[in-house]
Write a protein that binds this ligand. Sequence first.
Ligand code: DC
Length: 228
Amino acid sequence: MPKLLITIDGPAGAGKTTVSRELAERLAYRYVDTGALYRGVAHTARVRGVAPEDDAALGRMLAGLRIEFARGRAGPRILVDGEDITERLRSPEVSMLASTVSARPVVRAFLLKVQQELGREKAVVFEGRDMGTVVFPEADLKFFLSASEATRAQRRYAELRTRGGADLEEVARDLHRRDAQDRTRALAPLTPAADAVCIDSSELTVAQVVEQMLRHVNAKLAARPGSP
Ligand code: DC
């Protein structure tokens, strides 16, 4: 069966991670969460005392930095210079810092190479912000997953609440700020690719979104040369 490279872009809280994992599992494809790479760089800058807007210092930090995924029992792990930092990446501080460092050209150029290397073999679902527009403009199938701001804030709040205290208003404010930052940055801003299939998940369950995506995948596979 032909193997596809599938991209799923969209704003924070639209359900990309859950849906991407599920879609990859249904297809027996690899799943790559590229936000984790930006979070890994943000976390590393934080612990090494590098200012998120200092391009020269970020460049020095990135030179020779090894950032990679490893397979864990409960999902992918992210390693920086061999250290597993997966558990430290989901806090609101790291989220905002990831958004800030992701606007820096030196960071995007560094991670562009890392991501393209990860996409050398197909049968993969890439989740992020610019997968279909910049990193893999030639992707076989592109999705843009969105949801209303209120829905996205509610989902992120529910996720953070399971890990301790969270305040809905604060979560909504952070999400709004991060979104604005991601959409308006000069380099690779969050926007749907011209040929992306846009899905609004506000009124849909995870299963419904995945079913919609699978229909597009099957249609794509059926249309390819060599399919029965
Ligand atoms: O998907 P996420 O919330 O884990 O991403 C964290 C931040 O990283 C997000 O606010 C913007 C940035 N990011 C990006 O610029 N490009 C990507 N492909 C993925 C994430």
